[in-house]
Design a protein around this ligand. Structure first.
Ligand SMILES: O=P(O)(O)OC[C@H]1O[C@H](OP(=O)(O)O)[C@H](O)[C@@H]1O
Length: 317
């Protein structure tokens, strides 16, 4: 462990790793705040030492979970703001960039919610998978518009993030039906929309989201149920424009089955991928704070936002 990295940054990294801090937007927010702390508490002797410290902190955060691109996008945003040549100037750069990033994130989610809400009609029932603050922003805005929305919520094994969604929807006054994941096809007949979030969106419009999303999307398409992905532009993956693939996180098998049960079963191999890839042909719309896009056209927005360059600012010069 690099001892230049502030304990608060290490704590945030651990909490992202163990998923006490989870959800793509929430992870990005926490990472930006951690870099801010690194900057405000730094006693670096000169500008170069300060820059090296911030890069080390960013690498510590970056090494936690590989799939949600909001994390590296947050780190890029804050690090690229470092333009000064003095320690005090750089400190202020980081504070300003981190604050601006967090404010933009909040605003983007609210704006995205308005766009997503326009896709929902009064009396609609949605089906959700996992817990996405971007997806819930759409429901919240629809409710604020006076629409009555109901929800069928998939529990989302193995970590049951569907429970968080159920609770949050209940707080919004949305009646919830909780189902096991394998009941999704049965209940697709009863819903008007599938509404999910994203951890990353690739240049070809593929959506990387919680494991089970792709099967849900295929079933929804088969049933003729529209699939909306709520993903602020922070989820667009610039590396995919230059041919990189998105790394799918494999998590601990203990999330699926405990050691005792595993032994009783004769120690089978257990696989626990956290995410899967839904091809663009199964997605009707990607809702962002910049409006809604058919998945195939998302690359145009990506070029506008990121250009073509994708070098990582936390790499050593
Ligand atoms: O940014 P928001 O919309 O909140 O979340 C986006 C996505 O992050 C979650 O991943 P995890 O639970 O962290 O593995 C889910 O896959 C969810 O759809």
């Amino acid at each position: 462990m690099d001892d230049r990295v502030h304990p608060e940054v290490r704590r945030t990294a651990t909490e992202i790793d163990t998923m006490e801090i989870r959800g793509a937007a929430t992870i990005a927010d926490a990472a930006a705040r951690a870099l801010r702390t690194q900057a405000t508490e730094s006693d670096a002797a000169d500008a170069e030492a300060f820059r090296a410290e911030l890069r080390a902190a960013a690498r510590t955060l970056h090494e936690t979970r590989p799939t949600a691109v909001s994390l590296p996008n947050a780190l890029r945003y804050v690090l690229r703001g470092m333009s000064s040549t003095t320690v005090e100037g750089l400190r202020q750069n980081v504070v300003d960039s981190a604050d601006e990033f967090c404010a933009r994130l909040e605003r983007a989610q609210a704006d995205l919610g308005q766009v997503g809400a326009n896709r929902l009609r009064d009396g609609d029932t949605i089906m959700t998978h996992c817990h996405s603050t971007d997806a819930l922003a759409c429901v919240e805005a629809a409710v604020e518009q006076g629409k009555h929305i109901e929800a069928v919520v998939k529990e989302t094994r193995p970590r049951n993030q569907g429970h968080i969604t159920a609770k949050r929807l209940h707080e919004l006054g949305v009646p919830v039906t909780l189902i096991v994941d394998s009941a999704a096809r049965r209940y697709l007949n009863d819903v008007n929309h599938v509404l999910v979030g994203a951890d990353a969106v690739a240049a070809d419009g593929s959506v990387i989201n919680k494991i089970g999303t792709s099967g849900l999307a295929v079933n929804a398409r088969d049933r003729g149920t529209p699939i909306t992905v709520a993903a602020q532009t922070l989820k667009l993956h610039p590396g995919t424009m230059t041919g990189h693939t998105v790394d799918i996180e494999m998590r601990d098998t203990a999330e699926v089955v405990d050691d005792e049960t595993l032994a009783e079963l004769g120690n089978p191999t257990v696989k626990n991928p956290a995410f899967d890839v839904t091809p663009p042909r199964y997605v009707d719309a990607i809702v962002t704070e910049r409006g809604q896009f058919p998945p195939e056209s998302i690359v145009i927005l990506m070029r506008e936002l990121f250009g073509e360059g994708t070098s990582e600012p936390w790499a050593e010069p």
